[in-house]
Design a protein around this ligand. Structure first.
Ligand code: 5GP
Length: 193
C-alpha cells in the first residue's frame, strides 16, 4: 500500500536490533485516516472471504483492528496479555514471546468469544518472527474456529515470520513489506508487491 510505505519512509525511525519505530502514526499516536485506508485495503484483499470476527493482540493491534472492523462490519476480539499462571478453564491460552520486550506472556481469550462457527481475520501491526501470529493461530485452532486470513500492517521481510506463516498455508496480506533497513543510514527498502 503506497501511502503506508511513504509514511514509513517519512516518519518511521530505524532502531538498532531490527526495530522500526512508527509510534508517531501507527502504535502510539494513531493516524485514523491511514488506519481507515488500511481497513479498506484489507477488505479489498480479502473480498470473497466469509469473515465474521477479527482477532488481534493487545495492545498495538487493537486500534488498527477496530478501524478495519468497520469495513467488515464485524466485532473485534483481542487476546489479552496475562502474567497469571492460574488461568481459569474458560480461557484459550497461548504463550507468546515479545519481539520488542523480549519477555514471554501468556495471551488469553475467553471461550465465550470464540467458537467453531467463527471465521476469523487476524490483524496485527507488525510481523517479525511470527510468534504473536502463531499464538493467535493456536488460540483459533483450540476454539475449532477457522483462520480465513491474516492482515499485517508492516512485515519485516528479512525476518522469518512471513515465510513461516505463508508456508503454513495461510493467506497473509501485509500492506508494506520491509526488505531491508539500516539503522545507521536510516535507509528503508520495500519488497515489490
Ligand atoms: P513477532 O511475534 O512476529 O516476532 O513480532 C510481532 C510483534 O512484535 C508485533 O505485535 C509488534 O507489536 C512487535 N514488533 C515486532 N517488530 C517490531 C518493530 O520493528 N517495531 C515495532 N514497533 N513493533 C514490533
Amino acid at each position: 500500500m503506497q501511502s503506508l510505505k511513504e509514511r514509513i519512509v517519512r516518519d518511521g525511525v530505524v532502531k538498532a536490533g531490527n526495530v522500526l519505530k512508527v509510534d508517531s502514526f501507527l502504535n502510539h499516536q494513531m493516524d485514523i485516516d491511514l488506519f481507515n485506508e488500511m481497513g479498506k485495503e484489507w477488505k479489498k484483499r480479502f473480498a470473497g472471504k466469509q469473515i465474521n470476527k477479527i482477532l488481534t493482540i493487545e495492545s498495538s493491534g487493537i486500534g488498527i483492528a477496530c478501524i478495519a472492523a468497520q469495513h467488515f462490519g464485524v466485532p473485534v476480539v483481542f487476546a489479552k496479555k496475562s502474567k497469571s499462571i492460574n488461568l481459569e478453564g474458560d480461557m484459550y491460552t497461548a504463550e507468546v514471546e515479545s519481539f520488542t520486550h523480549k519477555n514471554k506472556n501468556q495471551v488469553i481469550v475467553s471461550k465465550k468469544f470464540l467458537n467453531e462457527e467463527d471465521h476469523i481475520l487476524i490483524i496485527d501491526d507488525f510481523l517479525a518472527n511470527g510468534c504473536a501470529l502463531q499464538g493467535l493461530i493456536q488460540i483459533v485452532n483450540a476454539a475449532g474456529a477457522t483462520v480465513e486470513g491474516i492482515g499485517i500492517a508492516v512485515e519485516k521481510g528479512f525476518q522469518a515470520g512471513g515465510r513461516i506463516i505463508r508456508n503454513m498455508g495461510y493467506s497473509l496480506e501485509s500492506l508494506a513489506i520491509v526488505e531491508k533497513m539500516d539503522w545507521e543510514t536510516g535507509e528503508i527498502l520495500f519488497r515489490e508487491q
